[in-house]
Design a protein around this ligand. Structure first.
Ligand SMILES: Cc1cc2nc3c(=O)[nH]c(=O)nc-3n(C[C@H](O)[C@H](O)[C@H](O)COP(=O)(O)OP(=O)(O)OC[C@H]3O[C@@H](n4cnc5c(N)ncnc54)[C@H](O)[C@@H]3O)c2cc1C
Length: 413
């Protein structure tokens, strides 16, 4: 077995981008997934690709809004009551991260993972025939009360400090930008110089094909356990068999902790389930990613129709779809787009792997030579994946990564 062999467990967007990067660096890469590549959380997201998504989820004053959100059946956050003990400590650590100083510290780190996300995707898609999967776009954050569209709010100030091109527009300008949007929205903040994916699931298939074409190995296996063997190499067990590999890179998103548990590595990762409703057909047209900033969900025009994505639901990873939530999301979509045809609406749920500070885990696993991780990208995994792939590859190669990996330490909590 050559040490240049590496097995990546999990072929979501993080695993796929890492596989391509490691392949380019000369590794013999085997990519494993229990399902089709790119069809986990990486399938159903809102497709926002933004160099300006540098503000973590926990912000000052959020705790004041939480009770109202939790009481509202269509509110942006929900916790299944029986699951509360499993997430209470995480929730506390999450809220503690909402201090201005910590938000600013996270922003500086997040910026390193997203600043080049648009050119990196354009490079990844070059010569695949699927270049149109990424489109330049704005991020329009629309508010029902004009006073709430405030460029002095901390999240917009931070973006501006890093050079984002932001504009506040009134209801008339908003209607010109997005004519399908309800007249209830009185103002918006427009974040320019962004991009959006028009079909995140198809992106996964395109990157998988690119990996296979370059000689990569793909296996459909459900890995049950990983463990070191006697020669600093690794064994993974799947479907009653044992497989040997030089190194393992764990990119199994929200499921990563299940595999780390059996080697006694604990990580403060939480299942933050998100929903989307898709409305097949093209009965209305959107030009940009549009957020209902009051209810915290995002509307995006996909190749297949309109997609409304949002909700932070804390529950087991494999809990069934909460139908009331899905119906509620469709109602919210109608309030945003009065002409929307809801007759064929399709719900989907996926699991964001979330750390309390909104930063992923990227790097080595202490005391486990040859085991690496890249997971925990919460709300930002699509845009952070290409840069994550570069950094973890540099680290695995033994080079000094061109960003400090310490904020991404697995054991920072
Ligand atoms: C509603 C919603 C909207 C979002 N919007 C955006 C957005 O607009 N922009 C953005 O950047 N991010 C967004 N995100 C976040 C983004 O989708 C995630 O951060 C990202 O997809 C995580 O990618 P991943 O590769 O780590 O995980 P996943 O895509 O979940 O991939 C993990 C893979 O590991 C496999 N796996 C797990 N366990 C095993 C095992 N034991 N054996 C074999 N295979 C295994 C799974 O089958 C899966 O394919 C959104 C998420 C949601 C839910």
């Amino acid at each position: 077995m050559k040490t240049q062999d590496i097995t990546i467990i999990g072929a979501g967007i993080v695993g796929l981008c890492s596989a391509l990067e490691l392949q380019q660096a000369g590794y013999t890469v085997t990519l494993i997934d229990k399902a089709d590549p790119g069809q986990g959380a990486s399938y159903g997201n809102a497709g926002i690709i933004s160099p300006w998504s540098i503000v973590p989820q926990s912000l000052p004053g959020l705790w004041r809004k939480l009770p109202g959100w939790l009481m509202d059946p269509n509110g942006p956050v929900t916790v299944r009551p029986g699951y509360l003990p499993r997430m209470a400590y995480w929730g506390l650590r999450f809220l503690m991260n909402g201090q201005t100083k910590k938000v600013r510290a996270s922003a500086a780190v997040m910026r390193q993972l997203v600043e080049d996300c648009i050119p990196l995707y354009k490079n990844l898609l070059a010569n695949t025939g699927a270049e149109s999967l990424i489109k330049d776009a704005y991020y329009v954050q629309a508010f029902r009360h004009a006073a709430d569209a405030n460029l002095d709010a901390l999240d917009y100030r931070i973006r501006a400090e890093y050079g984002a091109n932001l504009a506040r527009i009134n209801s008339h300008e908003l209607q010109q930008l997005e004519p399908a949007l309800s007249h209830d929205f009185q103002a918006a903040i427009v974040i320019k110089d962004q991009a959006r994916l028009t079909n995140p699931g198809r992106l996964g298939s395109v990157l998988k094909d690119k990996f296979l074409l370059a000689g990569g190995h793909l296996a459909r296996l459900h890995v049950n356990a990983i463990r070191p063997d006697l020669q600093d190499q690794w064994i993974y067990e799947a479907q009653g068999r044992q497989y040997h590999t030089g190194k393992i890179l764990l990119c199994a998103g929200a499921w990563s902790t299940d595999l780390l548990k059996n080697i006694n590595v604990k990580v403060m990762l939480q299942n933050e389930r998100g929903y989307h409703m898709s409305f097949p057909g093209l009965n209305l047209q959107l030009n940009h990613s549009v957020m209902d900033a009051d209810m915290k969900f995002v509307a995006s025009q996909m190749e297949t129709g309109l997609r409304i994505a949002g909700t932070a639901e804390f529950d087991e990873k494999d809990a069934p779809i909460n139908e009331a939530r899905a119906t509620g999301l469709a109602e919210l979509a109608s309030s945003m787009f009065p002409d929307l045809d809801k007759s064929q609406a399709q719900p989907w749920v996926g699991v964001r792997p979330s750390m309390p500070d909104s930063l992923p885990c990227i790097g080595s696993v202490k005391n486990h030579t040859g085991l690496y991780v890249a997971f925990g990208h919460s709300h930002y995994g699509m845009m952070m994946a290409p840069r994550t792939a570069q950094l973890i590859t540099q680290h695995i190669e033994g080079k000094l990564p061109d960003a400090d990996l310490r904020p991404f330490n697995l054991d920072r909590y």
